[in-house]
Design a protein around this ligand. Structure first.
Ligand SMILES: [Fe+2]
Ligand SMILES: [Fe+2]
Length: 158
């Protein structure tokens, strides 16, 4: 990042890069789990839930990309090795259920992951508010999409 762009950040930049990298890991784990469940879900009316999962998977991948860009603007690098994703994430891998037709479990996996993401981004928003406008804006954008994801899947619960 440009010198001035880093200088105006009012919190420890190394710390912030670490936080953003943890969220970056969460995003890839969510992406993989959602993508996988979208591909493998079976049962009656599976197309709808598959479509929903594919849609949010795509958004998690976008979040990973946006975080990677911001990490680099701040002078860092996103995690290079996928084997280290879970170890460096905020939460464990949102593990798809063995039964590919168990919608309730699939929905629970998504809702747990989204609740975790909402908490992480809310904390990051509080941390960057009035300190780092660029990161704050990005986090607000991601947070609003995580809130939408939770809402979408909550609506699927009967
Ligand atoms: Fe996300
Ligand atoms: Fe999400």
């Amino acid at each position: 990042m440009g010198k001035q762009g880093t200088k105006i950040v009012g919190i420890d930049v190394g710390d912030l890069i670490k936080d953003l990298n943890k969220a970056y890991c969460d995003e890839w784990l969510a992406y993989y789990a959602y993508w996988y469940m979208a591909k493998t879900v079976t049962g009656k009316g599976y197309e709808d839930i598959s479509e929903f999962l594919a849609k949010i998977a795509k958004e998690e991948e976008e979040h990973a990309g946006e975080l990677a860009d911001r990490i680099q603007e701040l002078g860092g690098l996103p995690l290079a090795n996928p084997i280290e994703l879970e170890k460096n994430a905020n939460a464990p891998y949102p593990k798809p259920p063995k039964d590919t037709a168990d919608y309730d479990k699939i929905i629970k996996v998504v809702l747990d992951a989204e609740a975790g993401a909402i908490e992480v981004y809310n904390k990051l928003a509080e941390k960057t508010k009035d300190k780092d406008h660029a990161t704050y804006q990005l986090i607000g954008h991601i947070l609003s999409e995580e809130i939408k994801h939770e809402d979408m899947f909550e609506d699927l619960l009967e």
